[in-house]
Design a protein around this ligand. Structure first.
Ligand SMILES: Nc1ncnc2c1ncn2[C@@H]1O[C@H](COP(=O)(O)OP(=O)(O)O)[C@@H](O)[C@H]1O
Ligand code: SF4
Ligand SMILES: [Mg+2]
Length: 399
């Protein structure tokens, strides 16, 4: 087997907040026990609601976020065992990053030419002439006119600014590009152009990609494997092709049920209750407060990962049998929830908004919000006591 470009081994990121009042515990469990390898040339999509740790994992992958526990390897090397200069060189030349908002990620005072040349300057790649030639090459590669070289990012459109970010990320011909919501800050009219550019470059350069997006249908379309995250944990890693019916984690199924596919109409699997806070994750399986399949064991133990021969990984005590149709699953979930929370379903039918407590998972994605489980959570939605912060987390102070 070829050596992975990047490996995460039991990676945790815990932010320690100065104010305990904001969170209750003082800790935010942004990423917990992440294990993942990225092979050369593959595209791995990452999906999950806002606040589930996608950007944290992306930043860990490019060395911008130091894990509070665990190991990050780039081409076999533990990057946090290296000195800062060696780490920057190792990561900077192998892994490129494209951020969500090009307006925020590009230096407003540097010209396009300087921004693209910056990583080459920092790592003193070749002569000044080599670097200038590489900037021309990169601008052509991403479809920027030569006339843009001297202008500031503020003088460009959003789409052009994201082309500059892409050129900068590709400066060293990296083996892996991490794209964190690369199109979601752009006008709808240019999103497809930027996505197509990324896909075209991926083919031309044979680069591996980690593609983080809310748009799970696009993630499915462009990825080889899809990682589902929930409250800081990787709960499923699926082969993209057969999704969603190959997914065995109830949350992956619920995510897909909230957006229409080419062949599947929307038939949302209803989930009861708010998304728990990353500062106060539920005991056992983090999804158990909203999962229609939850039983007592789900509140007691985090399920161990089960890995199939094809690499499909799922962490669930009661996985959905592969092949179960989305419609069948939605019907089953409705029946279970009706028995437990009939009043909520009736509210949802009459008001159309589920009385605020019953929501398809897509609603939480769109709202970009995170809510702490509190006394307003519906009876029975939470079946066990909330966890004290796990003892094995190491945390770091965050102002
Ligand atoms: N610097 C930080 N300090 C405290 N909490 C943070 C920090 N960065 C992220 N978080 C928290 O960590 C969790 C994961 O955030 P993030 O990785 O940005 O999620 P996503 O990208 O999936 O929306 C959230 O609860 C978020 O509020
Ligand atoms: S472990 Fe239990 S609560 Fe968690 S997803 Fe599986 S069935 Fe649902
Ligand atoms: Mg994010």
């Amino acid at each position: 087997m070829t050596e992975p470009i990047l490996t995460l081994e039991d990676v945790h990121v815990v932010h320690r907040l100065r104010s305990k009042r904001a969170t209750g515990s003082g800790n935010v469990y942004a990423l917990t026990g992440a294990d993942l390898s990225i092979q050369p040339g593959e595209t791995v999509g990452v999906v999950g609601e806002s606040g589930c740790g996608k950007s944290t994992m992306a930043k860990v992958m490019v060395g911008l976020q130091k894990p509070t526990q665990g190991t990050v390897r780039v081409v076999g090397e533990d990057i946090w065992s290296l000195g800062e200069r060696d780490r920057r060189r190792k990561v900077g030349t192998k892994v490129g990053m494209i951020f969500q908002d090009p307006s925020a990620s590009l230096n407003r005072r540097m010209s396009v030419r300087e921004i693209i040349r910056d990583p080459l300057d920092v790592h003193r790649a070749g002569t000044a002439r080599d670097r200038a030639a590489r900037v021309d090459e990169l601008m052509e590669l991403v479809g920027l006119p030569r006339s843009a070289a001297g202008v500031l990012p503020g003088q460009l459109s959003g789409g052009q600014r994201q082309r500059v970010s892409i050129a900068r990320a590709l400066a060293f011909e990296p083996a892996l590009v991490i794209a964190d919501e690369p199109t979601s800050a752009l006008d709808v009219s240019v999103r497809a152009q930027i996505l197509n550019l990324l896909l075209e470059l991926r083919e031309r350069l044979g680069v591996a990609m980690v593609f983080v997006s809310h748009d799970i249908q696009t993630v499915k379309r462009v990825s080889d494997r899809v990682v589902t995250m929930y409250l800081g944990r990787i709960v499923e890693v699926s082969l993209a092709q057969e999704l969603p019916v190959s997914a065995e984690h109830p949350y992956t199924r619920a995510l897909f049920s909230a957006t229409p596919g080419l062949l599947d109409p929307i038939d949302p699997i209803p989930l009861v209750g708010p998304v728990p806070s990353a500062a106060n994750p539920p005991s056992g399986c983090p999804f158990r407060t909203r999962c229609w399949k939850a039983t007592d064991i789900c509140a007691e133990q985090m399920p161990e990962p089960s890995i199939a021969a094809d690499g499909h990984l799922v962490r669930c005590h009661h996985p959905v049998p592969a092949g179960t149709s989305q419609a069948q699953l939605a019907a089953t979930a409705r029946t279970v929830i009706e028995a437990r929370h009939g009043d909520l379903l009736a509210d949802a039918d009459s008001s159309g908004d589920g009385g605020g407590q019953l929501a398809a998972v897509g609603a939480a994605i769109a709202l970009d919000e995170e809510v702490e489980i509190g006394p307003d959570a519906p009876a029975g939605a939470s079946t066990g006591s909330l966890n004290e912060p796990p003892a094995d987390h190491h945390s770091q102070e965050t102002p």
